[in-house]
Design a binder for this molecule. Structure first.
Ligand code: PLP
Length: 469
């Protein structure tokens, strides 16, 4: 039988087996078949290696999750010890494990003061599904069962289950699944750059933040405030392209939710655990949510774990008046995942990674990336902590986009990959979100690779006649 580190096959053999059997998430398999899948075999710190031995700087932390970097012994040790002691037990029917209870206690101490309780699940999608169940149950118990509608935003990503994809605002996902399911509506995103020729014309960034928040109030009034249950948003939209909102946005969203008695949900699957330079994105942007969903960074992706922090306003009602909550997963509070979560929090705290992102590496990354504003193809650079976006465009002064069929982001992404860098393309926006353990020297290395990829993309665009004349 095959065992890690799986060295017994060549890249071509893996590619053939993969093409024959593996249906990948978010992948066009025809396109994949023509070039063959890339096989990632190991990782160390901020680097991964492929099956041809090429070292790649993982500027996306896997999928925004490997926050403490690859190869952290403390997490490996915690998983091994917990598997040996008790690999699994459930949290249904009045049982728990020390790992699950200890992580619940630890998270309560690490979240803003309104949170004392957590519901565990296996992923970010499950966490956001759980939000819908919790919100509906809460309003039921409160005697306001007519409050059903959840407002979200276009281009939001909240996961891939039917419910989480409905909460999300990804048009391509909705188109394939007859989504959204009933009871979920969307408002536009607070993306200043994208609205510069429209709603944001003649507005400063901060004024635009207020306008974008008021789209929520317009929606609430159109539906009827007594029918609206909650608003959900990522503090910084991640998969939507690292859309950093104006500083006026979240405080105004909070005021609107308070004014209409609506629950506020902060999806911190990407922003949580230090990505923004604060433990939580809501702390960075000044909102006081009733629910926080998390996943990814809680275990740095070493094993799957997600959850919902439930604020006391809701928790007290559900605990004291709600009776049994008819909801739960086999892996709610999985002891191995929770043990890894505890070890992960130890690493973040011991290395003071959150402060480091806020005061050192985050500002340093922003300072480096700002130089790209001189690049002939870069229209905007935005960053928050250790997440950043570089907007590519065909004509910078006119903010003119490349023709969609060129898929300039994918062209750039290929130049990155060939050159030993993982960067994500969201349309024409290039994204980085490196592990929080990245050093200044590694940021320099990453920045050099980003610049080379942009130069190569520009040269290709020039040769192909894609640029404005
Ligand atoms: N919410 C946000 C903000 C995400 O970015 C993601 C995944 O990228 C999810 C939810 C879904 O998490 P998962 O893929 O663990 O289901």
């Amino acid at each position: 039988t095959e065992q890690p580190p799986f060295t017994g096959r060549t890249t071509k053999e893996w590619q053939a087996a993969d093409a024959a059997h593996f249906l990948h998430p978010f992948t066009d398999h025809q396109a994949l078949a023509t070039k063959g899948v890339r096989v990632i075999t190991r990782g160390e710190g901020v680097y991964v290696w492929d099956s041809d031995g090429q070292r790649i700087l993982d500027a996306m932390s896997g999928l925004w999750c490997v926050n403490v970097g690859y190869g952290q012994e403390a997490l490996i040790e915690a998983a091994t010890q917990q598997m040996r002691t008790l690999p699994y037990y459930n949290a249904f029917f009045q049982t728990t494990t020390p790992a699950a209870t200890a992580l619940a206690e630890r998270l309560a101490a690490r979240t803003p003061a309104q949170f004392r309780h957590v519901f565990f699940c296996g992923s970010g999608s499950e966490a956001n599904d759980t939000v819908i169940r919790l919100v509906r149950r809460y309003w039921d118990v409160m005697g306001q069962a007519q409050r059903k509608v959840i407002v979200s935003r276009l281009n939001a990503y909240h996961g891939s289950t039917m419910a989480a994809a409905s909460l999300g605002g990804m048009a391509a996902m909705h188109a394939q699944g007859d989504l959204p399911i009933p009871g979920i509506v969307h408002i536009d995103q607070p993306h200043y750059w994208a609205h510069r020729e429209g709603a944001a014309k003649d507005l400063g960034r901060e004024e635009f933040g207020l306008l974008a928040a008021h789209w929520l109030e317009e929606k609430i009034l159109a539906i009827g405030a007594d029918k609206v249950a909650a608003f959900i948003g990522e503090p910084v939209q991640g998969a939507g392209g690292v859309i950093v909102p104006p500083s006026t946005y979240w405080p105004e969203i909070q005021r609107i939710c308070d004014r209409h008695g609506i629950l506020l949900v902060s999806d911190e699957v990407v922003c949580g655990f230090g990505r923004t330079g604060r433990w939580w994105g809501c702390e960075a942007f000044g909102s006081k949510p009733d629910l926080i969903t998390f996943a990814k960074g809680v275990t740095s992706g070493y094993v799957p774990l997600g959850g919902v922090m439930v604020g006391e306003r809701m928790a007290r009602v559900l605990i004291e008046q709600g009776g049994e909550f008819e909801h739960g997963y086999t892996y709610s509070g999985h002891p191995v995942a929770c043990a890894v979560g505890l070890a992960n929090l130890d690493v973040i705290e011991r290395q003071d990674l959150v402060t480091r992102v806020r005061e050192d590496t985050g500002p340093y990354l922003a300072q480096q990336l700002a130089q790209l504003m001189e690049h002939p193809m870069v229209g905007e650079v935005q960053s928050c902590g250790l997440m950043a976006a570089v907007q590519l465009c065909r004509n910078v002064p006119l903010r003119e986009a490349f023709a969609p069929e060129i898929a300039i982001g994918m062209v750039c992404r290929k130049h990155c990959f060939d050159n030993g860098l993982v960067m994500r393309a969201v349309g024409d926006r290039m994204i980085v979100a490196p592990p929080l353990v990245i050093t200044r020297a590694q940021i320099d290395e990453m920045f050099g690779l980003v610049r080379q990829a942009l130069d190569r993309t520009h040269a290709e665009a020039h040769a192909a006649g894609w640029l404005a004349r």
